[in-house]
Design a protein around this ligand. Structure first.
Ligand code: PLP
Length: 408
């Protein structure tokens, strides 16, 4: 079967794509914001809600036991998916943002001292900036950001120059949600470890693009959201090396995260349960398991090749349109294409594309420091996933050309 016909079968698993928007076939190019959900994931959450709903860990009945087993199996599936050493290193949270807040709250606030530094990069999402600022401010530590080069690659010389024994934490995205730049995480981790810093990888964009191996990277923490990996909203993961999670105090207090509560002294549960106070998103975790199975059923070799072909075709098409400037031309890019049309506001272009049934994102993409770095207020961003095809790319390029002409 050719690659194209294989992916037409994949596309058929996404009923959302059969709808019309403004009377046109819907072209969904906003997967960096959230992915559509395949039938298998929708069915899994439906069946859970219909037949399997029970709370986990405390039940004294068969269906509760089943929910607990499925919830813990999901943890195991995530551990295997990112090659963690054990499922104890997997904490279920709401998403990337909560995962980073957890690490900043429980790890950073515990280790940072006055004068210490947290090193980020100029391409970070606000979700990987603000939690560190909050922790650093409280501890009188400093937040620094390594520069981004004009082509959107990380300036590794600046990164190295800003690393020092004062650096206690490096937090970096594996793939920029605006530039598409894929960073060299192995090198970043090696350099950071040389000065004794711990590394958190923001994997929000990379998890749907390529196999993540936390042991190969040797990163200390990693965060991602299920909803960018074909799973529902409200479920995400913080991975942490067991020895680090073991040292960290609770993030939130409540049920499930304790071993014993008295008014005199409360003792806390082991990891990962210590960080999962209250009733977790059981259905979300189980659906995340189904989403991982969906990704595995295709395999990252095929996924990467398909997205690369789409990105290449879209980049070529957009490059031929006059007065369009692509923001982010790194050699190693994920399937994300950001651009500005000279003389037109990004929101106007977004609206014109929407009228053609084409869904993109327009704005600062929660990366205001990066916008400042490029001297712009926003971009139009198209992002591609397994369910897109060359017809989508053609419609998109045609629509951008038409929009650009309106502003000349
Ligand atoms: N980091 C990156 C690189 C992202 O693209 C996003 C979302 O767009 C986030 C963090 C925040 O993810 P969430 O809103 O799912 O917590």
């Amino acid at each position: 079967m050719s690659q194209d016909s294989y992916f037409e079968k994949v596309r058929a698993q996404f009923p959302a794509l059969t709808q019309k928007v403004h009377g046109k076939d819907w072209v969904y190019l906003d997967s960096a914001a959230t992915t559509l959900k395949p039938e298998s994931v929708s069915q899994r959450i439906y069946n859970f809600n219909k037949y399997e709903v029970s709370n986990v860990h405390r039940g004294a009945h068969t269906i509760a036991d089943k929910a607990t087993v499925n919830y813990e199996n999901a943890r195991q599936a995530v551990a295997e998916f990112i090659n963690a050493k054990s499922q104890d290193e997997i904490v279920f949270v709401r998403g990337t943002t909560e995962a980073i807040n957890l690490a900043a709250h429980s790890y950073a606030r515990n280790v940072l001292k006055e004068g210490d530094e947290v090193l980020l990069t100029e391409m970070e999402h606000h979700g990987n900036i603000v939690p560190w600022q909050l922790a650093a401010e409280e501890k009188k530590a400093k937040v620094l950001a390594a520069k981004v080069l004009d082509n959107g690659e990380l300036d590794m010389a600046d990164f190295r120059a800003k690393l020092s024994p004062k650096t206690k934490i490096v937090a970096v995205t594996a793939c920029s949600n605006v530039l598409g730049t894929v960073n060299d995480i192995s090198t970043i981790v090696k350099e950071a470890h040389k000065v004794g810093a711990k590394v958190l990888v923001d994997a929000a964009q990379i998890v749907s693009q390529e196999a993540v191996d936390v042991q190969a990277w040797d990163c200390d923490f990693l965060a991602f959201s299920g909803h960018k990996l074909f799973a529902p909203f409200g479920i995400g993961v913080l991975y942490g090396k067991k020895e680090l999670l073991d040292q960290m105090p609770p993030y939130q207090g409540g049920g499930s995260m304790i071993t014993n509560v008295s008014f005199e002294k409360t003792t806390f549960n082991d990891v990962p349960f210590r960080f999962e106070a209250g009733t977790p998103n059981v259905g979300g975790a189980i659906a995340l398991h189904a989403a991982i199975d969906f990704v595995k059923s295709i395999g990252f070799d095929k996924i990467k090749a398909h997205k690369k072909a789409l990105l290449q075709a879209a980049t070529e098409g957009i490059s031929k349109i006059p007065n369009v400037r692509i923001i982010g031309t790194a050699a190693n890019k994920g399937p994300i294409l950001s651009f500005v049309v000279e003389g037109a506001h990004h929101s106007d272009i977004g609206q014109i594309l929407d009228q053609q049934g084409i869904a993109v994102r327009a704005g600062h993409h929660c990366t205001q420091p990066l916008m400042k770095r490029f001297g712009i207020t926003g971009t139009v961003r198209a992002s591609f996933s397994v369910y897109n095809n060359m017809q989508d790319v053609e419609s998109f390029v045609k629509a951008v050309k038409k929009a650009q002409e309106l502003f000349q």
